[in-house]
Design a protein around this ligand. Structure first.
Ligand SMILES: NC(=O)C1=CN([C@@H]2O[C@H](COP(=O)(O)OP(=O)(O)OC[C@H]3O[C@@H](n4cnc5c(N)ncnc54)[C@H](O)[C@@H]3O)[C@@H](O)[C@H]2O)C=CC1
Ligand SMILES: O=C(O)[C@@H]1CCC=N1
Length: 273
């Protein structure tokens, strides 16, 4: 991988996961700088991955070729203001924003310059190099896009989007969706405990189901997911009774409605921030 320097500004859950994936993927730790105004989180990312850390965002940006903006959307305007007011030359750097709900034009307005900007919608399984990153840019070179592809490929799969609005769709499909899966697993875990399994057993059992079912999806590309489900579901059997209940409760429609709510919130955030 080409060794540009990347600064992660606001290294919380998401950037921690990306950095973990990068280190697993062989990216040189010396070429990664992380910042956080929270000293404890900063020390953890530095110790865990052996990368450079600083609480000085401006110093980190000054040293970097690529700058990943990874604070919460409501913090982005403040962060950009400090960059703009710092006096450093940032106008030729490539920025990568992982924030939901802030469009390229708005980020450029916050930075008071039409900087090169890539929007990226990653997800936290990036930490296990099993992430998905949706990327969009309309003002970077092929070489810059190639570098971003290399970076995020180290954390999982990468898909380039041709329209910026598709970022909101991919938030619903891959950015937020690990949480839907975790909620489902939490529900099974909770019921397992109610049935009398102790906490350790419940966690182990649910975890193994998650890994086993995911592996079956990943390793059976010729079988549809619904076929895998059918293979568990004996006619007139126990699974059929459980699935019938979920269907009566409109699980499929509920998930679709949840994904629409996710997209609607991203659109609303575009007006808010
Ligand atoms: N968590 C997730 O699964 C995903 C998050 N994202 C996006 O990633 C961004 C970050 O989300 P998380 O990592 O979950 O949030 P987080 O709150 O865990 O991380 C943000 C970190 O930035 C630090 N911070 C805030 N302002 C700062 C400043 N001015 N200078 C230095 N550090 C500062 C905070 O101390 C915090 O640790 C958000 O914009 C979110 O939309 C995108 C995809 C998935
Ligand atoms: O919840 C959020 O807003 C962020 C974006 C996708 C996942 N977490």
């Amino acid at each position: 991988m080409s060794q540009n320097t990347i600064a992660f500004i606001g290294t919380g859950n998401m950037s921690y996961a990306i950095i973990g994936g990068l280190i697993n993927g062989g990216f040189a730790p010396n070429n990664i700088i992380a910042t956080n105004r929270n000293a404890e989180k900063l020390a953890k990312v530095g110790n865990d991955f052996g990368i450079q850390v600083t609480n000085d965002n401006i110093k980190a940006i000054d040293q970097a070729d690529y700058v990943v903006l990874s604070v919460k959307p409501q913090m982005m305007a403040d962060l950009c203001r400090t960059i703009k007011d710092s006096g450093i030359a940032y106008q030729d750097k490539v920025f990568i924003s992982v924030a939901a709900g802030i469009k390229v034009a708005r980020l450029q307005e916050m930075l008071d310059h039409p900087v090169k900007m890539i929007r990226c919608m990653p997800n936290t399984p990036s930490l296990q190099s099993k992430g998905v990153s949706g990327l969009f840019s309309n003002n970077t070179s092929e070489q810059e896009k190639q570098f971003a592809t290399e970076v995020f490929s180290a954390t999982g799969i990468v898909t380039w989007l041709s329209e910026e609005d598709q970022i909101n769709d991919i938030i619903a499909v891959t950015g937020s969706s690990p949480a839907y899966v975790f909620l489902f697993l939490e529900a099974i875990e909770q019921k397992a405990k109610e049935l009398g399994f102790n906490a350790e057993q419940a966690r182990e059992l649910v975890q193994q189901v998650a890994v086993g079912a995911s592996d079956m999806v990943a390793k059976s590309p010729d079988l549809s997911i619904s076929q895998l489900r059918a293979n568990v579901t004996s006619k007139g059997g126990t699974t059929a009774a459980a699935i019938a209940h979920l269907e009566q409760q409109n699980l499929t429609q509920t998930v679709a409605d949840a994904m629409d709510a996710c997209i609607a919130r991203a659109q609303q955030m575009e007006q808010e921030f």
